[in-house]
Design a protein around this ligand. Structure first.
Ligand code: PAF
Length: 279
């Protein structure tokens, strides 16, 4: 597996590969890889000639300094993990390789997408995601990009960015990988105790319960019951909202089948977890 530390080395390799018509599947990550990431990498390998992963903890997308400091870094293990599944190349840049002096700020108006859910709770977060993803896409110009639906709103943001600036890049949104308990796989789970992990599995149970109540009771009652259920498991809900799964417009009524998404952010043992269910 090739390991690139600078965009110059990476671009040289990409130029060669593209001159031989090799397609590139790209998986952007912040490292601390788990089997959820690896599922994306395996898809990238299956569907392209070459799979490229980036590992970069993007300082611009952290609105909370402590969260940034505590973000797990496991680069050696990540490299071994990627090698073991046959990934072709990894890009592990330093901050000034991604944000060199003089790099223009990307002004993308996300409109409503930045005004709901994670937007107001994490001011500046999506702007940071836009900056880093724009930079990756400009350097790499991949054919396909693999993103996990656990970060549902982020998928919509990256879709808006791609439609505006990179219409030739195809985005593949991939189902959330879960533990057997239902807990969504996340690098942040590493910060939970074993008891915390067991408690966190109630998040998906609560989301599934709402989905099962589809049109059996009103949506707001189903959400209220879920918040109460979670509080009994030491989970403090920051938001639990329903939206139209296509537009992410918040809704208070059930949508047509397959157009519902219920999204949650919650704290447990001081760790912020997000999850969602589509139905
Ligand atoms: O989802 C992530 O890991 C990050 O937000 C991403 C897309 C790699 C951008 O830093």
């Amino acid at each position: 597996m090739f390991i690139f530390k600078t965009h110059t080395e990476l671009s040289e390799w990409l130029r060669l590969q593209k001159s031989e018509n090799h397609s590139i599947g790209f998986v952007p990550t912040m490292g601390a890889l788990h089997s959820g990431h690896i599922a994306l990498v395996k898809k990238a390998i299956e569907q392209n000639d070459l799979a490229l992963v980036s590992i970069f903890v993007n300082p611009k997308q952290f609105n909370n300094a402590i969260d940034f400091e505590k973000y797990p870094i496991t680069t050696n293990e990540d490299i071994a993990f990627l090698e073991s599944v046959g990934c072709h190349a990894v890009y592990i840049p330093a901050v000034d390789d991604i944000y060199p002096e003089g790099l223009a700020h990307v002004d993308l108006d996300l409109g409503m997408l930045n005004e709901v859910l994670e937007g107001p709770k994490r001011p500046g977060h999506f702007d940071g995601v836009v900056q880093v993803v724009h930079r990756f896409f400009s350097i790499i110009q991949p054919d396909k990009v693999y993103l996990g639906l656990k970060d549902f709103q982020q998928c919509k943001v990256i879709e808006a960015l791609t439609n505006t600036y990179f219409p030739n890049i195809h985005l593949e949104f991939c189902a959330t990988e879960r533990e057997l308990t239902g807990l969504a796989k996340s690098s942040r789970n590493m910060r939970l105790s074993e008891a915390g992990k067991a408690s966190a599995s109630h998040i998906y149970q609560a989301l599934q319960h709402i989905a099962h109540q589809y049109k059996k009771e009103d949506l707001s009652s189903a959400k209220r019951a879920a918040i109460l259920y979670l509080s009994k498991h030491q989970i403090e809900v920051e938001y639990l909202e329903s939206a139209n799964a296509d537009t992410l417009t918040l809704t208070s009524q059930w949508q047509e089948p397959t157009h519902n998404v219920v999204l949650l952010a919650a704290y447990l043992e001081n760790v912020r977890l997000i999850d969602n269910i589509q139905f």
